[in-house]
Design a protein around this ligand. Structure first.
Ligand SMILES: C[S@@+](CC[C@H](N)C(=O)[O-])C[C@H]1O[C@@H](n2cnc3c(N)ncnc32)[C@H](O)[C@@H]1O
Ligand code: SF4
Length: 458
């Protein structure tokens, strides 16, 4: 597969990543604490089956210059302790609102660097969940970890406290790249870490990489990805570097280097894609890869992959997501609710018994339908408009009027080899996967009037 420069230029335009619909920059301040509490309580009725919790640990030891996450560089142990105590209080606030018959199917620890917490704090938080909630069998308890902060003893206690999926942020194996972005490398070799984590009983290990960083070349990145496959992870995420220096000031430090162009970035992803698929990994959605027997690959076959801010997941285990901690976003059937990014405001609000909300968005019925179409494209490379129309008791024309559906645009994508389209069913080709965000955006009415800023698609 060779991507043409013309297509790359045409489609490398600011486009949402569609981790939510509408995208997070539509969230606003038009809410009240009462409405938020009511939305959490009502969520018991809209999709009662499971509960997912997201816990945001903002702390990191050192700032990686490329970082787009919500982080706080801190060595202040008192502040970290106080933050953990506040998280525990927030869990109990949710306990009061959530139907006690609902069980936890998923807990995702994200950050920042969750494993920057002393291990006793992780154990303490897990104990609160276990005391106050029931779990489904084989609930997914996942943690994003910085490998440089992992020791064998820490892993023993992490798995002992119930963490059964670990994601390691590798980013690149090249020291020159890591030095340029101010990131510490793992002391224990990644292959050894993976082997040890699995030997302790964890179900799955993922590795994160980022392409588009200084000094990366196709040769160096191929070596990195080959080394990654030798370490035998269950999944890999190959993220396109999102350069948003107007939001993340430290990213300006990378502008002194020549950052890879859109074409170079696509070549980097392309080499990763070829290396991983030739080793048997299955490409999932925008940027994930999984072993063929991994449940994500099986879910792709049955077109039942789902996606939230935490990444791709299987529908079987995903519930509505309730977010704990600064900047966390609760993802309910009817609303998105984002916590404040300020640690001080967060602690103060929770101490006073209020949720610490900064922004929210209440999703209307049309937006739910658009969200479903976009999710199908982004997750399953496929969308059947007749199936979605039937689900929402619409005819095809009514559905097309809710979307921005233009036959001409679809046929253009088809001519470019990005998808196949027949009888109102659309299937994305292997080449189309590179332009998935653009295809999804073509169904999004908000893109017509959009004045928001997004990172570029490639
Ligand atoms: C919260 S971090 C993972 C845990 C830990 N803090 C670490 O760095 O290993 C989440 C992941 O987001 C990715 N990431 C961070 N900033 C990014 C950016 N600007 N563009 C694309 N991916 C990014 C990295 O791959 C990183 O591993
Ligand atoms: S990439 Fe991870 S460790 Fe680095 S600053 Fe961001 S969250 Fe912290």
């Amino acid at each position: 597969m060779q991507l043409s420069a013309k297509l790359l230029e045409k489609y490398n335009i600011p486009t949402p990543r569609y981790t939510s619909y509408p995208p997070a920059n539509y969230f606003n301040e038009d809410f009240s604490q009462e409405r938020i509490v009511a939305a959490f309580a009502e969520s018991n009725l809209s999709q009662p089956q499971n509960i997912s919790f997201y816990i945001h640990i903002p702390f990191c030891g050192k700032l990686c210059y490329y970082c787009g996450c919500n982080t706080h560089i801190s060595k202040d142990q008192d502040q970290i302790k106080k933050y953990v105590e506040t998280l525990k209080k927030e869990i109990l606030m949710f306990k009061k609102l959530l139907d006690p018959t609902r069980k936890i199917s998923q807990i995702h620890w994200g950050g920042g660097t969750p494993n920057y917490l002393p291990i006793e704090e992780v154990e303490g938080i897990m104990a609160v969940f276990v005391e106050h909630f029931a779990f489904i069998p084989k609930a997914e308890i996942a943690m994003e970890c910085h490998p440089a902060h992992l020791s064998f003893d820490y892993i023993d206690r992490l798995v002992g406290s119930g963490i059964n999926r670990v994601s390691l942020g590798v980013q690149d194996f090249e020291s020159t790249v890591m030095k340029a972005v101010n990131r510490d490398e793992s002391i224990i070799p990644i292959a050894e870490l993976i082997q040890y984590i699995k030997s302790k009983g964890a179900i799955s290990v993922n590795l994160d990489f980022v392409y588009g960083l200084p000094f990366q070349t196709t040769e160096s990145f191929q070596k990195t990805i080959e080394k990654a496959t030798e370490a035998n992870p269950d999944r890999l995420a190959i993220f396109s570097y999102a350069h948003i220096p107007w939001l993340k000031k430290a990213q300006q430090k990378l502008e002194r280097y020549e950052l890879p162009s859109a074409e170079e970035k696509t070549n980097l992803f392309d080499i990763a894609y070829k290396t991983l698929t030739s080793k048997g990994y299955v490409s999932i959605g925008l940027d994930h890869f999984a072993k063929p027997q991994d449940e994500l690959s099986l879910a792709l076959q049955s077109k039942s992959i789902h996606r939230n801010f935490q990444g791709y997941c299987t529908r079987e285990t995903t519930g509505q997501v309730y977010a704990l901690g600064v900047s966390g976003i609760s993802q309910l059937e009817n609303a998105y609710i984002q916590n404040t990014k300020s640690i001080t405001s967060y602690i103060k609000a929770i101490d006073q018994g209020s949720f610490a909300i900064e922004k929210a968005y209440f999703v209307d019925n049309h937006e739910k339908i658009i969200r479903e179409v976009i999710n199908e494209i982004m997750c399953n490379n496929f969308v059947s408009l007749p199936q979605i129309a039937a689900k929402y008791h619409l005819n095809i024309e009514q559905l097309k009027n809710i979307l921005t559906f233009e036959e001409e645009t679809i046929h253009q994508f088809e001519k470019e080899g990005l998808l196949t389209y027949s009888e109102n069913r659309l299937e994305i080709t292997a080449m189309g996967q590179f332009f998935m965000r653009n295809i999804a955006a073509s169904f999004d009415p908000k893109m017509k009037t959009n004045l928001k800023s997004f990172s570029k698609a490639l």
